[in-house]
Structures are given as structure tokens and as C-alpha cells.
Design a protein around this ligand. Structure first.
Ligand SMILES: [Zn+2]
Ligand SMILES: [Zn+2]
Length: 260
């Protein structure tokens, strides 16, 4: 039976912990959503390898969401001889920043001095918030977020299974996101402010968990998974969310959802 799978590689908050990387999720075994500090190595702990990644979706270009990019590109290059044909890597992200960040990652690896690495150039797709793109079996709709840099809230439909997933990236409370995420089966949402209630539409830049839960409730999402928050307050954060949206969960790193 065909299924959609989503593995939580890292769910952490700005800085990784020894047992939890920052934002990184693997969809259907080949699409990496955000690229935490150590994504290339962390994903191998859960049975994935950068050699299988042909699409990388970056929500926005803050370090906790892209720092592992050079590692992913370099590991693919180092191990390319171990596979018959290495898939092309397409990197999708906010048009304002993604091209520059990929070029900087390549410069950091000194591609000018390593010809084969220079040849292994990822394809970069800069996306304007609101744009929709097709990527293999995935239809990807984006919406703007409220953050200090340009960001993309991804709504992804697996056309093989009809499963729909939403990823907030980093954002302050923005009621319009409920419309963007309407009816998704799974909503992966940040809650950097935990049980605090930052003002709406301000420079908060991030959401409190009650705001995340309100988006899930208003969107009539299936299930809400809280990420990018304080793991030390798991109990309080979950109860605050569940008062508003009972189907709220706390994903442990390595957990895989099999959908539908
Ligand atoms: Zn951010
Ligand atoms: Zn972040």
C-alpha cells in the first residue's frame, strides 16, 4: 500500500542537544525539509542518507534551519561512488536569500579547488511566498510568514496518497496561516515562546504554543506536532495546546508517521 512517511530528524530550538538536532524533517525518504546543524549525520541515525535526498526545502535562511547544508552537499559528494547514479539535488527556498546561502555553502567548501565538488552543483529554486511549485510526487504551496527574514510556510500534498502536510517554519501568530493550512492531515508548527503569549503581529517573530494551537484549530487540521520549543517545558506546553486543540502531539526525534 502506498503511504506518505514523515520522520522527525530534529525538532530542537535554535541549538541542537546531543540527542536532538534543530529543524530537519524527512518526507517520503527523499525530501528534506529544513537542514539543522548536523542533518547529514543525524539523518543516518534514523536510516536515511543524504545520497537519497533529491529535494531540500528551506523554510527560511536562519542558521538553525540551514547550517547543515554544507554537510549534506559534501557527504553526497564524498559517497557518490557508492551509488550507481547520484540523484540531482534541488534546493528550494525563499527567493530573497536561498541563492546566496547555497553559494556561500559552496564557497565554504572551496569548490574552486575541488573540481568534482564544483561539478556537483545543486539546482536552486528561489520561491516567492504565495508561489506554488510541483516537485515529483509533491505539490507545494507556499505562504508568507511573519518573521525577521523572508520565510515560506509550506503546504505539501503527496499526490500519490492525497495526504497533506503543513510546516510553519518560524513565524509570529498570523491568522491567515489557518487558511493556508486548512484541512491538512498533519501540521508541524513552531512554538518558540512556549506557554508565553507574545503579542500578535509584533516583532515577536515567533509563536507561543496557544497561538500555534489556535492556527491548528482554525485550520481544522488533523494533528498538530509542536517543534522548535523548550523541551524542558513539555508538560506545560502540551496541556496549554490541548486546551485549545486536543489533537496536539510532541514528536520525539526519530519518530516516523505513516500516513494516512
Ligand atoms: Zn528563524
Ligand atoms: Zn528557527
Amino acid at each position: 500500500m502506498r503511504e506518505t512517511t514523515l520522520t522527525f530528524i530534529g525538532t530542537g530550538h535554535f541549538q541542537p542537544a546531543p540527542d536532538n538536532d534543530t529543524a530537519s524533517f524527512v518526507l517520503n525518504g527523499h525530501c528534506l525539509i529544513d537542514c539543522g546543524w548536523n542533518a547529514a549525520i543525524t539523518m543516518t541515525r534514523y536510516g536515511y542518507t543524504p545520497l537519497d535526498i533529491d529535494r531540500l526545502l528551506i523554510t527560511h535562511c536562519h542558521q538553525d534551519h540551514y547550517l547543515g547544508l554544507a554537510g549534506v552537499i559534501f557527504l553526497r559528494h564524498l559517497r557518490e561512488n557508492t551509488v550507481d547514479a547520484l540523484c540531482q539535488l534541488e534546493i528550494i527556498g525563499p527567493v530573497e536569500d536561498i541563492g546566496r546561502i547555497v553559494e556561500l555553502a559552496r564557497a565554504y567548501m572551496q569548490v574552486e579547488a575541488f573540481q568534482r565538488l564544483a561539478n556537483a552543483k545543486p539546482e536552486v529554486v528561489g520561491v516567492e511566498p504565495g508561489q506554488t511549485i510541483e516537485a515529483g510526487e509533491l505539490s507545494i504551496a507556499t505562504a508568507p510568514v511573519e518573521h525577521s527574514v523572508q520565510g515560506l510556510a509550506y503546504r505539501i500534498r503527496d499526490e500519490r496518497t492525497g495526504v497533506e502536510l503543513g510546516f510553519s517554519g518560524d513565524t509570529a501568530y498570523l491568522p491567515e496561516l489557518a487558511e493556508h493550512f486548512r484541512g491538512v492531515d498533519v501540521l508541524v508548527y513552531e512554538a518558540s515562546w512556549g506557554v508565553e503569549d507574545p503579542e500578535e503581529g509584533t516583532e515577536a517573530g515567533h509563536s507561543g504554543v496557544r497561538q500555534s494551537a489556535r492556527i491548528a484549530r482554525d485550520a481544522e487540521a488533523g494533528k498538530l506536532y509542536i517543534v522548535h520549543t523548550n523541551r524542558g517545558q513539555q508538560g506545560e506546553i502540551l496541556s496549554a495546546a490541548r486546551e485549545i486543540f486536543p489533537e496536539t502531539y510532541w514528536p520525539e526525534p526519530g519518530m516516523t508517521l505513516h500516513l494516512p
